[in-house]
Design a protein around this ligand. Structure first.
Ligand code: ZN
Length: 183
């Protein structure tokens, strides 16, 4: 990872929880692409929405982000640029697949699929999203690369809150409750 700039929260309160394995972290972020040393416009941002929450130490966020979060606390700011290897991985050229439309996980009632649509397909690694690059009557060709594969991404992050995870959250390896997963 490159150019980690952190701004420590002013006057940390005693008892501030430091991000470590099995913490539930809530954070706000903005993300853009770095291309030839230049930042694109913001591609994603959580501003104006609930912060994102994840269980730290269980690979629930990309590896470069998880590494940068370790040791931070609520109020800390991180500015970081991640190479594809620390983000969504390199782009693979052999990731095109022909899939029968009847095998796609489509929305209820949906029968037709369009080029450019993201569909859910079953792979050896479980259900994944894939981009439709060609649509026929019975089959579609999909690109199973993650949309951000092969891209260098820049993140600006502010840690919103940190708390200890419950035993149940740790055993499920994800966050429960507000902002998290519901059963
Ligand atoms: Zn659960």
């Amino acid at each position: 990872m490159t150019d980690v700039v952190t701004e420590q929260a002013a006057s940390p309160a005693s008892g501030d929880m430091i991000i470590a394995d099995d913490c539930v972290v809530a954070f706000h972020y903005r993300m853009c692409e770095m291309k030839n040393g230049e930042k694109s416009g913001w591609i994603e941002e959580s501003t104006g929405r609930e912060p994102l929450m994840y269980l730290h130490g269980h690979a629930n966020v990309i590896s470069g982000l998880e590494a940068a979060m370790t040791g931070k606390k609520a109020g800390d700011k991180i500015s970081i640029t991640l190479e594809p290897e620390q983000a969504y991985g390199p782009r693979r050229s052999n990731s095109f697949q022909r899939v029968p439309i009847k095998h796609l996980h489509l929305k209820p009632g949906q029968k037709q699929v369009q080029v450019g649509e993201i569909v859910a397909i079953q792979t050896s690694q479980g259900i994944r999203n894939a981009l439709v690059v060609k649509a026929g009557r019975f089959n579609v060709d999909v690109d199973t690369n993650h949309p951000y594969a092969g891209r260098t991404l820049h993140y600006e992050i502010e840690v919103a809150s940190v708390r200890a995870a419950s035993a149940e959250e740790i055993s499920h390896r994800h966050v429960h409750g507000p902002g998290g997963h519901h059963h």
